[in-house]
Design a protein around this ligand. Structure first.
Ligand SMILES: *Cc1c(COP(=O)(O)O)cnc(C)c1O
Length: 373
């Protein structure tokens, strides 16, 4: 397949296979695949379908709008949304049968008021267990749980789940959070709540902390074939990166020694050499911080970016390699095929693989392969 000028290729069979593999590794009764932020840049609707085909039975999103987009695409699977605009009235979410992750008494009242008066609104209470993001604080648990029971008894809501999220700071910190979460479950039980879904673990804890598995785990990064552990590759877990970022060589130039390359001349050639122009820049989400550092694959060999990443493009010094305009350049993909990985890019840009894939955009087109059912 001739690559587009600049594109991300997303292998939907890889997403389905990753989810299948994760279900084997972590056999909880339920598995959510998190498709927030356009499925970490991979395409929310397509990846949601692939994840469901691979055995996920829940989808997770941050915002309600992301859940509504899944519904508009005809996806009927259970969806949970957990980060809300302060003015959100929850009416559209309730109509679209999206479970509401709630973090305060005020949100609980708003959710109850959003019902149609016939069927109860499905909510999942988020409790704060250490991450200091959203979630009901421990001193408010009793009030929230008591009110939730009242609303449940009145038929206005059903508390389908109680959940939280871990810091991954260390195994000790995560176990401390598990203990806080256990306390929340006990207090909810004492208040009379009987949530069907208890969940705490995202990819990292799902894979390494059995104590955090409960009824459901929430897979984000691992579903896309990337490892949640810095330094441990997805392949070691039997996962395959779903995304390849590539483009076509836009220009080739033979230059003498001592030639300055890209803005600020942070790179100069040391001998006569060939410079290749790659048409992806920070507008596409290529981190400028990766200038002179990140690897790219051209003609089956791996080089480093030479000089600054600009808005639209960067340059690679390929020495004496024969390169033609139009040849394929791969920034990252599945490292078992010999190309750099998103992890290599994360390292080069002092960040994490989550950010590398999720921040992509701009003029990158997206092509899907696989996914036929
Ligand atoms: C983003 C997110 C996840 C997925 O995390 P990964 O580390 O990518 O698996 C799970 N749960 C919550 C609440 C999240 O915000």
């Amino acid at each position: 397949m001739t690559p587009a000028f600049r594109e991300r290729v997303v292998d939907l069979d890889a997403v389905a296979a990753n989810v299948r593999r994760l279900r084997e590794l972590v056999p909880t009764p339920h598995a959510m695949v998190v498709v927030k932020a356009d499925a970490y840049g991979h395409g929310a609707v397509e990846c949601a379908r692939a994840a469901l085909a691979g055995g996920a039975d829940w989808l997770g999103v941050a915002e309600i709008a992301e859940g509504l987009a899944l519904r508009e695409a005809g996806i009927a699977a259970p969806v949970l949304a957990w980060l809300h605009d302060p003015d959100e009235d929850f009416v559209l979410a309730v109509r679209a049968d999206i479970d509401l992750g709630l973090s305060s008494l005020a949100q609980l009242e708003t959710a109850a008021a959003a019902g149609d008066g016939e069927s109860p609104v499905a909510v999942q209470l988020k409790v704060e267990t250490g991450l200091s993001r959203n979630g009901v604080a421990e001193q408010d648990w009793d009030a929230v749980f008591a009110r939730a029971l009242e609303l449940e008894d009145a038929g206005r809501i059903v508390v389908r789940g109680i959940f939280s999220h871990l810091s991954n700071a260390s195994p000790e910190d995560d176990l401390a959070a598990v203990a806080v979460y256990e306390r929340a479950l006990a207090r909810a039980g004492a208040a009379g709540l009987r949530p069907e879904l208890r969940h705490l673990a995202a990819s990292a804890a799902a894979l390494t902390l059995p104590e955090a598995r409960y009824d459901l785990v929430r897979f984000g990064i691992a579903a896309y074939g990337l490892s949640p552990f810095g330094g441990r590759r997805g392949a070691e877990l039997g996962l395959r990166p779903a995304m390849t970022v590539r483009g076509r060589v836009a220009a080739v130039r033979r230059v003498p020694a001592g030639k300055g390359v890209s803005y600020d001349y942070t790179y100069r050639t040391t001998e006569e050499t060939t410079l290749v122009l790659v048409p992806l820049g920070y507008a596409e989400g290529v981190p400028r911080h990766a200038s002179n550092r990140a690897p790219v694959s051209i003609g089956g060999r791996t080089f480093r970016i030479s000089g600054r990443v600009a808005m639209d493009q960067f340059i690679v010094d390929v020495g004496d390699l024969e390169v033609q305009v139009g040849d394929e350049v791969v920034l990252f993909g599945d490292p078992t095929t010999g190309v750099p990985s998103a992890d290599d890019w994360a390292e080069a840009a002092d960040t994490i693989n989550w950010e590398i894939v999720t921040r992509l955009g701009g003029r990158l087109s997206r092509t899907f392969v696989g996914g036929a059912e």
